[in-house]
Design a protein. Structure first.
Length: 326
């Protein structure tokens, strides 16, 4: 926890005023404007995503950012192309497994590819629970991930290292040919969804397992979606130096580390997203430790200010429940 500075208080106050003012800003509907046109205006999507009346950016596919079960930060994403190929990213806590399973079954029950960013319980707990459930009624073709030696997890996060063993054990319930260790530069095609691996795990001494997150860039209907997991500023700096701005540029970004103390403003500026995905509950969105907006020591308000300054007009957040883009 860092001390609450006067600048942080000022930033929180400014953002709070903006939130209040925006809540009372009327939406002007011009004569003859259709509901689909109004939806596009509300979304604030720029011309590069080719949104028009009735337009849908994924051409029959979808991206879902799933809500948490118990007011916790977590990451659970589901992509599906127009032909039904299904991709899951992380999945959330073990208590999120039932909801995730329901969503997967509603989309056919067959996961073509499951991608793991890093082995923390708010990201892979649901997958471990699903794999260990013989009655899960879900099939999983492939799992993509990159884990360090177990000794590294024992060293840097001994209190959480058993979870990594649990993940390895759960993965072993799948056929060996379904398990894939990925590396920087790998490209994986899943139906009409393409995934590119942007880095090898950064094995650092600070916020170690978060910083070991794999960054994946997905393409669905030529729309790029950058998943950063829980990368902190240290891993973000290395990713920026290795990949460069051109590689990082994406239409949609998953906000790193739930939108607080993730990658730096410089990295988001390089990404230049039009849409931001926030896997954070309301208390984290508002940096609220129980004392009101701005009362906590998380950096979400600062990050929200960055994205506003960078021109991001569309923000999907799990505080509002499941978020699906078509």
């Amino acid at each position: 926890m860092k001390h609450f500075s006067i600048w942080k208080k000022i930033a929180a106050c400014v953002l709070f005023i903006n939130i209040v003012l925006s809540a009372f800003t009327p939406e002007i509907i011009t004569p003859g404007r259709t509901a689909d046109e109004l939806t596009a205006v509300r979304m604030g999507i720029g011309p590069s995503l080719n949104i028009g009346p009735g337009g849908k950016i994924f051409n029959g596919g979808s991206l879902s950012l799933l809500a948490d079960y118990d007011n916790r930060q977590m990451l659970s994403m589901v992509l599906q192309d127009k032909n039904g190929a299904l991709v899951v990213i992380d999945g959330g806590w073990d208590i999120d497994a039932d909801h995730l399973s329901d969503v997967i079954r509603s989309k056919g029950g067959h996961v073509s590819a499951w991608f793991i960013t890093h082995p923390h319980s708010d990201h892979i707990g649901a997958l471990v629970k699903i794999l260990n459930n013989p009655d899960r009624k879900i099939t999983i073709d492939n799992v993509y991930y990159s884990l360090a030696d177990q000794s590294w997890y024992d060293k840097v996060e001994s209190s959480r290292s058993q979870l990594v063993n649990d993940l390895r054990s759960a993965l072993s319930t799948l056929p060996a040919e379904s398990l894939h260790t990925v590396k920087k530069g790998d490209e994986i095609q899943i139906g009409s969804i393409k995934a590119k691996v942007l880095n090898n795990p950064y094995l650092l001494d600070v916020t170690s397992v978060n910083n070991s997150s794999m960054a994946y860039k997905f393409f669905l209907n030529n729309v790029s979606i950058l998943v950063l997991g829980d990368m902190g500023p240290e891993a973000g700096k290395l990713l920026y130096e290795e990949a460069g701005a051109a590689e990082l540029k994406s239409d949609i970004v998953q906000m790193s580390h739930h939108g607080q103390y993730g990658v730096s403003r410089e990295v988001y500026a390089a990404i230049k997203p039009q849409i931001a995905l926030w896997p954070c509950p309301l208390w984290l969105w508002n940096n609220d430790n129980g004392g009101g907006i701005g009362s906590g020591d998380w950096k979400t308000l600062e990050t929200r200010q960055w994205m506003e300054e960078l021109g991001v007009k569309v923000n999907y957040c799990i505080k509002d429940g499941d978020q699906t883009i078509y």
